[in-house]
Design a protein around this ligand. Structure first.
Ligand code: SF4
Length: 293
């Protein structure tokens, strides 16, 4: 559900699904996301795929997810995989694309970019491959990067490096970064605005500081309570009881009600709508201190 929510505006959901709402607008010209000249991009991809000694699927790929460093194809040199993005999106020659790739690898603080460009993915560590995925995303000069769990499966040190790179890039290049994560610590470090999702619906949406200081939705409160802190004694960290319902088997009313300590009869009968909060943002809870719908 979460993936569908971010894939739909970019027209990346499977063809058998449809979006009902109008596409959100993005960028200086206010273009509708997903309408960013998809047909033109596909035609261009086909032209380049004809000329490049690469997998057709790789050449057609116009959007990159950062969720998994295994996204890096296994049988092509790293350099080829980054080159193809700037050839596809920017129309660069093979030579110029390679120079740009080396520059990007250097910007991402990858040691010996020329050697890495000639390496195969299996010769690199997980953290290094994650940086390669970021290089692939940047090679097309995007205005928006959707980073789906970019630090999952990385050790804490590499995770901190990746977070630092993403925040620096978004600041220096003026990129918008849509980060999808379960890690509230990462949210606190990186984000300006946060939408907390539960079972496919927005539970709360706010600027990051007030969200952490005065969470309005019981699920947000519970998530923040799950963050380990210095000085905690063993056993004092509380999880959220129960489990997230499986897709399509949601409880009636508020989807969080079976796990919510504040649930009342109304919560089991009526879906709480997203209502504006007095000091900005919105919350979907019958008992949160929000404005009337
Ligand atoms: S609507 Fe009810 S069950 Fe849902 S979060 Fe609010 S109090 Fe809890």
């Amino acid at each position: 559900m979460r993936n569908a929510m971010v894939q739909a505006p970019a027209s990346l959901i499977p063809f058998q699904f449809r979006t009902k709402a109008p596409a959100p607008h993005f960028g200086q010209n206010g273009q509708a996301m997903g309408m960013l000249d998809m047909r033109h991009r596909r035609r261009k991809a086909e032209d380049i795929a004809d000329k490049l000694p690469l997998d057709e699927s790789a050449a057609r790929q116009t959007t990159l997810r950062l969720d998994d460093h295994h996204q890096v194809g296994r049988i092509r040199h790293i350099g080829e995989q980054v080159d193809v993005v700037s050839r596809l999106h920017l129309g660069l020659s093979a030579q110029t694309a390679r120079l740009r790739t080396l520059d990007l690898l250097a910007q991402l603080r990858i040691p010996e970019p020329a050697a890495v460009a000639e390496a195969y993915p299996h010769q690199l560590s997980g953290g290094m491959k994650q940086r390669i995925v970021i290089a692939m995303a940047l090679a097309g000069e995007p205005d928006l990067i959707i980073a789906d769990e970019p630090t999952t499966a990385l050790d804490v040190t590499v995770q901190a490096q990746i977070i630092q790179i993403l925040t620096r890039l978004s600041r220096d290049r003026g990129l918008a970064l849509l980060l999808i994560t379960h890690d509230m610590g990462v949210v606190a470090q990186v984000c300006d605005r946060v939408a907390v999702l539960y079972a496919g619906r927005i539970a709360e949406e706010r600027a990051v500081d007030p969200l952490f200081a005065t969470p309005a939705h019981p699920y947000t409160t519970a998530l923040i309570d799950c963050i380990p802190r210095d000085g905690m004694t063993p056993g004092s960290l509380h999880g959220i009881p129960g489990a997230v319902p499986t897709s399509g088997r949601y409880p009636p009313g508020c989807r969080f009600n079976p796990r919510c300590a504040s649930a009342a009869d109304l919560c089991r009968q009526e879906r709480p709508l997203l209502r504006p909060l007095h000091h900005g943002g919105a919350v979907a809870c019958h008992f949160a201190n929000a404005e009337a719908p």
